[in-house]
Design a protein around this ligand. Sequence first.
Ligand code: XIL
Length: 347
Amino acid sequence: MSVARGLGIGAAVLVILLFVGYLLRGGSDAEPLPGAPLREVAKQRGIEIGTAVRGDVQKRNRAYRQIIAAQFSTVTPENEMKWYAIEPERGEYSFGPADAIVKQAREARQKVRGHTLVWHAQLPEWVKALGPSELRQATREHIRSVMAEYKADVGVWDVVNEPISDDGGLRQSVFMRRLGEGFIADAFRTARTADPDAKLYLNEIGAEGINAKSNRLYEIVRGLKAQGVPIDGVGFQTHANLDGLAADFVANMQRFKALGLDIAITEADVGVPLPADADKLQAQARIYEQIVRSCLTVDCRSLTLWGFTDGRSWISETQAGMGAATLLDEALKPKPAFGAVQGALAK
Ligand code: XIL
């Protein structure tokens, strides 16, 4: 073999090795975002700032991982702690994917919000097939096992998610149909026993304004408090769009707070009708700013964004014609909303 040919092969091998190394590290570094990290400005205001995290993306995408670590003080596993993911078969737990997110959070000195223990969606078929007494038993076991596993790392749990329907009735979930309204109190009591140190939240979607849904939620939560059921907080998901926030968002949160509960915004995003343009992104930024201000006004504990990049957002994946719902674009570059959130936290 000629020297030239040998060198050529050597160079090719080197290029391949560098490329494999790059892939193993999960791609390139994130470009730093301008200004002070969100977690720092939020800390000065006494609140946590969080994001939903996708374990699969976090594992293979270095830039995604770096932004989470740099910008946020809490994380919520977007799907990995849901029933279908964590107990796919009765009594057979699959903690691996959630564990990986928890490990990253520990390294970045972040708190983890547990999402979610009792919810009608992303529920395995075996749960739906149970009769009342088995369902009650399986639900208690699920809560105990999952909370025990994450006792050291998860300080806040969405114990019950989305129990109310938009018309203000109790959602006719499998839990409601088999166990009646008492499933809510039972879940909170079980959770308190499983981890007496965890903050226990009821989380709801579309209950931001004063409406049929939030009125019913208020009655339920007030009833739980009156009965001495251990509930610590209410989470307002706050999936918004360019229609803006309900004018009475703050007033609504205040009435829950007056019951002696902590308030958190748990899944904020602002969907935009596609294609997005500069005007729409400015309008979006103003709404994000209002979300931050509303949270601060009611002295919320934390504000979690339901993802931080348009490349990984459930809005573009599930709502036809909508997207661009987060602070960063698909290339992880800041949109006007990023500066708006940063500015509103810093003020
Ligand atoms: C969504 C996730 O973002 C998606 O990846 C998944 O396919 C469906 O669930 N309310 C909730 C969240 O409480 O768990 C939902 O998350 C969004 C609505």
